[in-house]
Design a binder for this molecule. Sequence first.
Ligand SMILES: Cc1cc2nc3c(=O)[nH]c(=O)nc-3n(C[C@H](O)[C@H](O)[C@H](O)COP(=O)(O)O)c2cc1C
Length: 355
Amino acid sequence: MVYPTLRIGKHQPRYPLVQGGMGVKISGPRLAGAVAKAGGVGTIATVGLAVDSPHYKGRNYFDANVLALKDALAEARAAAPEGVLAVNAMVALTDYEMHIRAACEGGTDVIISGAGLPLKLPEYARDFPDVALVPIVSSTKAASLIIRRWEKQYGRMPDGLVVETPLHAGGHLGATKLEQVTDPALALEVVVPELSAFLKDEVGLDIPVIAAGGIWDRADMERAFAYGASGVQMGTRFACTVEGDASERFKQAFIDAKAEDVVIIKSPVGIPGRALKTPFVAKYLEGDVTSKPCIANCLAHCSYRNDRSAFCIAQALVDAYQGDFENGLFFCGDNVTKCTRLETVDGIMGELFGA
Ligand SMILES: Cc1cc2nc3c(=O)[nH]c(=O)nc-3n(C[C@H](O)[C@H](O)[C@H](O)COP(=O)(O)O)c2cc1C
């Protein structure tokens, strides 16, 4: 198979594949290190790393996150000294700037950032010019806004763009309204060629466009390359691996999931998210918004904190990571139905890129 070379700033993985960042602690150092070692970009999600880290003493969540992120990067780097490592940081976090600075100081190669527009990312990473900066977008309009702002304010351009389609992806979706989740104009086969043409013809920028959402096997990947992607990002499939950092019960929930278990919810961040209909999520969808207490004011905008119209998402994601099916929020892509067994990172990479 001939596949594109993925070059993100100064970094070039062996294969054009990025493992998507998955919080809370679904993609930690073990998964990221294994993927980077196997030749892809291994990504640590920064959100909530403090939880169950030795640094967290109950009142120092933000400082503990910084220390836990640096530990995680060191652990992943030890597993893949020559590999390409990324950090995924959500713009929506209160301590977003601290995550970016810690990621740079901790030695990440790439920062991938979404759940909001990362308009200030170049400012926070400015002392580390070798760290490649990759916004996540769902439309050409969002990419254009980021590019214009970065150019005007910082004289810097993105080193790549992840296009994540709300039609299939797991986690928070790049849509402000629930209807947009099914908008065919946001399909990868529409946005990837449109964005590639925009970058080439209107901006004159030669950076990789990485397709994310609903990519599972080699046929999906080749389709993405055929419509112009230079790489793919995959989340759900990597969550259900031996190396995945979540508990075994989290992974079993993926294996057990059926199509009717996958739902769209309005997240406390204010945007839609795709997740499993656990008992907790089913109650939320029916209007029952009981929540465990807020962990640490982790979100800049939080509809649990504001008016109690949602729940503490950090707590619900921690419950999922620990495998509490009753109370957890299990984010997943709609291809979670294809998880039928626990895989290994090497097994997936071999199937995707082997002879
Ligand atoms: C459990 C889970 C958690 C996720 N958490 C994050 C996150 O913290 N930040 C983010 O940018 N994307 C997050 N995502 C999205 C993934 O990084 C990835 O882009 C997406 O899952 C790709 O679609 P796929 O799952 O169909 O492969 C998450 C996805 C899943 C399944």
